[in-house]
Design a protein. Structure first.
Length: 244
C-alpha cells in the first residue's frame, strides 16, 4: 500500500507543471513530504563565488536571508515599502508568499535603500537593487560620490561599458533632456552571468541606482513566475468554465 502511495506521489510530481522547479523532500512531524519550496530548516547560503552588495550571495534562499537578517538585526520590510525602522520578526514573517524584501542602510555616509528579489518557487536570491539618495547633496559632492562608486566598482569588476544611445527616432533635444534627467548607465560583466549596472550621472538626478543581477537565476525567476501565472489562470478558467 505504501509503495502504491509513493508511486502515485511520484507520478503526480512528474505530471505537475511545477516539476520544472526543484522538489524538496522534507520531514514534517516524522512524516516525509514533498514540496516545491525549501524545507523549514533547509538553509541555503548561496554561491560563495558570487557575493553581491552587503555580502548577500546569489542563490541564497529566503530562510537563510531571514536568519542572517535576525542575526544582524536588520530593519527588513516586506516588499518595497519601508514601514519599520528596526528588526521585527513578526513582520518579516508576515507574508509567506513575499519574494521581495527591503531595508535601509548608510553606505559611505550616504543613505541607501536595498531591495532583495527571490525566485517564485525555489526562493533563491537573483537580484539586489541599491538606491542611493543623493538629492540633498551639493552638486560637487554628488559628482564625487558618483565617481567614487564607479572607481570602486571598476576596481572590483573590471572595465565597464556605457549605454548612452537612445532610439534613433528620438530628436536631439529629447536626447539632451533624457540625458540630463536620467543620466547614463554603466554596466560591468555584460558578457558574464553576474551583471552589475549603475544608473545616474546627471545634474538633476535625485538617486543613483545600483543593480546586481545573476542572469541564470533571473531567467529561472521569469520561468517560475510565468508557470505560476499559467497554473493559476488555467485553474480559475477550469472553475469558471462550468458556468459558461
Amino acid at each position: 500500500m505504501k509503495y502504491n502511495q509513493l508511486l502515485l506521489t511520484g507520478l503526480v510530481l512528474i505530471s505537475c507543471p511545477l516539476f520544472a522547479s526543484e522538489i524538496y523532500k522534507c520531514s514534517v512531524d516524522a512524516q516525509v513530504t514533498f514540496q516545491d519550496f525549501p524545507c523549514e530548516e533547509a538553509y541555503d547560503y548561496g554561491m560563495d563565488e558570487f557575493a553581491t552588495f552587503d555580502g548577500w550571495k546569489y542563490g541564497m534562499n529566503i530562510l537563510a536571508f531571514k536568519k542572517q537578517a535576525k542575526e544582524r538585526q536588520l530593519a527588513v520590510n516586506v516588499g518595497p515599502s519601508f514601514i519599520y525602522g528596526k528588526y521585527n520578526e513578526k513582520h518579516i514573517n508576515s507574508n509567506p508568499d513575499a519574494r521581495t524584501y527591503s531595508y535601509r542602510a548608510t553606505v559611505a555616509g550616504e543613505s541607501a535603500n536595498i531591495s532583495l528579489f527571490f525566485t517564485r518557487q525555489s526562493q533563491a536570491l537573483y537580484q539586489v537593487n541599491v538606491t542611493f539618495i543623493v538629492n540633498g547633496l551639493p552638486l560637487e559632492e554628488k559628482k564625487y560620490f558618483y565617481v567614487s562608486l564607479v572607481n570602486h566598482l571598476s576596481s572590483k569588476y573590471g572595465q565597464y561599458i556605457e549605454a548612452k544611445d537612445y532610439p534613433i527616432n528620438v530628436n536631439p533635444l529629447s536626447k539632451v533632456f533624457l540625458n540630463n534627467l536620467v543620466g547614463t548607465e554603466k554596466v560591468w560583466g555584460s558578457n558574464s552571468d553576474s551583471v552589475i549596472s549603475l544608473t545616474g550621472n546627471a545634474p538633476s538626478i535625485i538617486a543613483y541606482k545600483l543593480d546586481y543581477k545573476f542572469i541564470p537565476l533571473l531567467n529561472k525567476s521569469i520561468k517560475e513566475t510565468t508557470q505560476a501565472i499559467m497554473t493559476h489562470t488555467d485553474k480559475n478558467f477550469s472553475v469558471g468554465a462550468a458556468i459558461l
